[in-house]
Design a protein around this ligand. Structure first.
Ligand code: PEP
Ligand code: MG
Length: 587
C-alpha cells in the first residue's frame, strides 16, 4: 500500500531507493560498512557472540536449582531455540554478505524483520516471544561489544554508489539504491555516512537547522527530517521516494508515481548541469559589486567540492567534527595541526576560517554525552564556554591553528561569544598559545581573529565586539534559535523557527551595517547564507560575503548575477520596516 509521511524540508532533490532502517527501536548500535574481504571475519565475530550466549544460557540451565519455577527452565529453552533459529542466522548472514553491514547492524536489522513477523501473529503466546527474541539479541550485542571493531569511517564505497541520479529500480539486490531511515542520527553518524552509498536520508526527529540536517545538506543528497514515525512505519527494504523539496516521503509508490518522480529527478540533474556553467563566472552584481562566496566545510575532503562549486575560500570550518565519537580520546595538537594544514593545502592559498570547537547541545562529543546532564544543553556548556572551561584542550587547538597559519591565510573564529569577559578570556588564550609555541621554538603564522555573532547579546553589543575583532561572522542558525527561544533541533517547534522574523532581520541588518561602517569584514555563515530566497535581502542589507554548503554556491551566484544592490538597499529597508517580511518576500 502506498502512503506518504510528512517531515521538514532540509536538503532538496529527489531520491528513490530501498529503505535501510538504521536504528532499531530499542537498541543503539554502531553502523558501518565493511569491506568485501571482511565478510567472513564479521560473521565469525557474530558467531562468537552468539556461542558465548549459548554457553551462558546452558550454564544457567545446569545451575538452575531444583525448586526453580518450571517456567524459568522453559524460558531458557525458548531463548536457546531462538538463538539457533535458522531465520535469524540466515538473515543476518545475508545482511552481512550482500549489504556489507557490520555484524551489529545486520543483527538488529534482522531483529526488526522478525519482530514484525511476530507482531502479525494471531496467537498471543507466539506474539509475546518477540520480547524473548529482543532479549536474546541484546545478550549477543552485549557480548560483541567487548570485541566489536571501533566505529570506523566507512570504506570507500564497496560497490557502486547509489547516487540520487540513479533512479532506475533494478531487480538486482546488490545494485539497488538505498535510503537510510533512522529514528535519529547524530551529526557524527551522519558525517560517517558522508561518503557512503545512501541516496537519501530520513529521520524521525530533528529541526531544519539541527546539525544533523546541516550535515545532510552539506552532503548534497535529498533528506527529510522530523518525519516523526518514519522509522516505525517504513519497513526494511520497502521502496521509498524522498521528495526533499516538499519534505515528503512516499512509501511503496505505485508505478505511475515512480515515473513522475523519475522525471523530476532528471529535471533536477539538468538544472544542476545548467548551473555548473556558472562555476568560473565572477560573482559580481549587475551594478558591479563583487561578492565573496565562501564554503562551509566539516573536514579536509570537503575542500575539493568547495573549489569545484566555485568557492573563493572557506568561511566556516566546523572543527568539532574532528573531536566527535573519539571515545574520550580527543585529538592532540599534532593530530589537529595535520588536519588543519591539509585544509590549507587543499585550498591552495585561499583564506580559511577555522572556527574553534563548538560542541554541546545537538553536537555531543560522543553518544554517551548525548543528553548531557544539563536540562537545557543549548543554553549550557557549549562552544566557547566549553573551551574556556578546559583551557588546556582549548590552547592545544589554538596552537594547532596558529601553526597551520604558516601554510596559508587563516581566520581564527570563536563561536557563541556573548560577553566582554569571554572575549577577553578567549583573546588571552591566543596570547598564551603563541607564548607556548615561542617557548618550544615552534613556528606559526599570523591570523586574523573574528567572532561569531550568534546570540542576541552579541548582536546588540556588536559595536563593542568590533573593537576587539578583525572580522565578524553571523551564525543565523543559532541567532534565530536564541532570539526566538526555539530549539533548532526540536521538530515540535520547527514551524516557529523563522529566520525572517522581524526581530532576527533587525539584528542581522544591524550587525552588517555596524561592521560596514568601520570597514571590517562581515559574512553570514548560517543556513540563511545559502538560502536563495534570502540572497537579495542580505545584499540589500549590505552583505558582501556569504558562506554556505558548497552545493549551494552556484544557485546563490545566479541570484547575485541578477541583483542590483542600489535598488535592493531601498527595498530591504522597506522589508525591515514591515511587520510581516516573509509575506513581502513572497516566501
Ligand atoms: C550558526 O549558528 O549559524 C552556525 C553557522 O553555527 P552552527 O550551525 O555550527 O551552530
Ligand atoms: Mg552556531
Amino acid at each position: 500500500m502506498t502512503f506518504a509521511i510528512h517531515g521538514l524540508v532540509v536538503a532538496p532533490g529527489i531520491a528513490i531507493g530501498r529503505a535501510v532502517i538504521a536504528v532499531s527501536s530499542r537498541m543503539e548500535v554502531v553502523h558501518y560498512f565493511i569491506e568485501a574481504d571482511q565478510i567472513n571475519a564479521e560473521f565469525v565475530r557474530l558467531c562468537h557472540g552468539r556461542d558465548a550466549v549459548v554457553d551462558e544460557l546452558k550454564r544457567m540451565q545446569e545451575l538452575l536449582p531444583a525448586d526453580a519455577p518450571q517456567e524459568l527452565g522453559a524460558l531458557l529453552d525458548v531463548h536457546l531455540m531462538l538463538l539457533q533459529d535458522e531465520l535469524l542466522e540466515s538473515g543476518v548472514k545475508r545482511w552481512i554478505s550482500e549489504r556489507l553491514y557490520n555484524a551489529e547492524w545486520a543483527l538488529t536489522t534482522q531483529l526488526e524483520i522478525i519482530s514484525r513477523q511476530f507482531d502479525e501473529m494471531e496467537d498471543d503466546y507466539l506474539r509475546e516471544r518477540k520480547a524473548d527474541l529482543e532479549q536474546v539479541v541484546e545478550r549477543i550485542l552485549r557480548y560483541m561489544r567487548g570485541v566489536a571493531s571501533p566505529v570506523a569511517a566507512p570504506p570507500a564505497s564497496p560497490r557502486p554508489a547509489a547516487g540520487a541520479q540513479q533512479g532506475v529500480l533494478s531487480e538486482e539486490f546488490g545494485d539497488e539504491p538505498l535510503v537510510l531511515i533512522a529514528s535519529d542520527l547524530s551529526p557524527a553518524d551522519m558525517l560517517q555516512f558522508k561518503s557512503s552509498v545512501f541516496a537519501g536520508f530520513i529521520t524521525d526527529v530533528g529541526g531544519k537547522t539541527s546539525h544533523t540536517a546541516i550535515v545532510a545538506r552539506s552532503m548534497d543528497i535529498p533528506a527529510v527530517v522530523g518525519a516523526r514515525s518514519a522509522s516505525r512505519l517504513v519497513r526494511q527494504d520497502d521502496w521509498v521516494i524522498i521528495d526533499g523539496d516538499a519534505g515528503v516521503v512516499i512509501v511503496n509508490p505505485s508505478p505511475i508515481i515512480l515515473e513522475e518522480y523519475g522525471f523530476r529527478q532528471r529535471q533536477v540533474s539538468l538544472e544542476r548541469e545548467r548551473l555548473s556553467r556558472l562555476r568560473h563566472t565572477p560573482a559580481v552584481t549587475l551594478d558591479g559589486q563583487p561578492i565573496q562566496l565562501l564554503a562551509n566545510i566539516e573536514r579536509p575532503s570537503d575542500c575539493e567540492p568547495s573549489l569545484r562549486g566555485g568557492a573563493v575560500g572557506v568561511g566556516l570550518f566546523r572543527t568539532e567534527f574532528l573531536f566527535m565519537d573519539r571515545s574520550g580520546k580527543l585529538p592532540d595538537e599534532e593530530e589537529q595541526y595535520v588536519v588543519y594544514r591539509e585544509v590549507m593545502e587543499n585550498m591552495h592559498g585561499l583564506p580559511v576560517t577555522v572556527r574553534t570547537i563548538d560542541v554541546g547541545a545537538d553536537k555531543p562529543l560522543d553518544k554517551a554525552h548525548r543528553d548531557g546532564s544539563s536540562l537545557n544543553p543549548a543554553l549550557g556548556l557549549r562552544a566557547i564556554r566549553w573551551s574556556l572551561a578546559d583551557t588546556v584542550m582549548f590552547r592545544a587547538q589554538l596552537r594547532a591553528i596558529l601553526r597551520a597559519a604558516q601554510h596559508g591565510p587563516v581566520r581564527l573564529l570563536f563561536p557563541m561569544l556573548s560577553s566582554l569577559g569571554e572575549i577577553q578570556q578567549a583573546l588571552k588564550q591566543v596570547e598564551v598559545a603563541r607564548a607556548e609555541l615561542d617557548a618550544r621554538g615552534v613556528p606559526y603564522g599570523p591570523v586574523e581573529i573574528g567572532a561569531m555573532i550568534e546570540v542576541p547579546a552579541a548582536a546588540l553589543m556588536v559595536r563593542s565586539f568590533l573593537k576587539y575583532f578583525d572580522f565578524l561572522s553571523i551564525g543565523t542558525n543559532d541567532l534565530v534559535q536564541y532570539t526566538l527561544a526555539i530549539d533548532r533541533a526540536d521538530e515540535a517547534v520547527a514551524h516557529l523557527y523563522d529566520p525572517m522574523h522581524p526581530a532576527v532581520l533587525h539584528l542581522v541588518s544591524d550587525v552588517i551595517a555596524a561592521a560596514n561602517a568601520v570597514g571590517k569584514h562581515v559574512s553570514v555563515c548560517g543556513e540563511v547564507g545559502g538560502d536563495v530566497t534570502m540572497t537579495k535581502l542580505l545584499l540589500g542589507f549590505g552583505l558582501r560575503s556569504f558562506s554556505m554548503h558548497p552545493a549551494q554556491i552556484l544557485a546563490v551566484k545566479q541570484e547575485i548575477l541578477r541583483a542590483d544592490t542600489h535598488k535592493l538597499a531601498r527595498w530591504a529597508q522597506s522589508i525591515l520596516e514591515s511587520e510581516n517580511p516573509a509575506e513581502m518576500l513572497g516566501v
